[in-house]
Design a protein around this ligand. Sequence first.
Ligand code: SAM
Length: 247
Amino acid sequence: PAGLYIVATPIGNLSDISQRALEVLAGVDHIACEDTRVTGKLLTAKLIKKPLSSYHEHNGARERPKLLERIDAGERIALVSDAGTPLISDPGFKLVAEAQDAGLYVTAIPGPCAAIAALSLAGLPTDRFLFMGFPPNKSGARQSWFTQEAKTHASLVFYESTRRLPDCLADAAESLGGDRFVAVCRELTKKFEEVKRGTLAELAAAYAEDGAPKGECVVVIGPPAHVEEAGSGSDMDTEHLLAAALK
Ligand code: SAM
């Protein structure tokens, strides 16, 4: 039917595109994407020919009403990002919100997502996790960004450029403590896929020594060691409870 189709695309390995994603992309009237060259390559590889237009942060306000009007007039429009799942550190939130508010048909074709693939491989708790997007670029802001979540009882998942990874891990160790476990998941689904695990102190030291790696990465940091008593209903951790008891 006419509507907005949010389609996940591969994060490296082109075989990861789903059967339904291919069918939807082949069936829609139009595809809105971040970069028409990037999506053009994917479509060429899958032998799909479709009119493309770019939709991103800088033209969203102008493009949104046009796309919504076309759907309202009966068209099927797909939204894809350069890689992975749209809206996850990628454009689309306002488009989906406005389409939903307008009562249009909106559906998701789920698929690859670097954050979820990283959680699958990190070997760290996945029962509770906080997806944090990208950290700030500057060290001071990055340290407070980590400090704000220092007591959050969840694994922390975020995207970071490999160029900034050594400095970022040093700041994480500083703000969260060097003994938290971490996994750096790099080049997921690609030829040189790699997962490096250790404590923040260990990996910060290793990357300080070896320098920035190549490619793309997701960082997963395990939860703090001292977890709240189950069902205690208080946000005191074991250390605080012990300190209080010993007073
Ligand atoms: N929406 C995308 C998704 O669902 O994965 C994420 C888009 S975000 C702008 C791009 C970031 O995702 C990269 O900087 C990197 O941190 C991470 N990423 C994307 N592909 C990756 C891969 N194959 N391996 C590791 N990290 C990846």
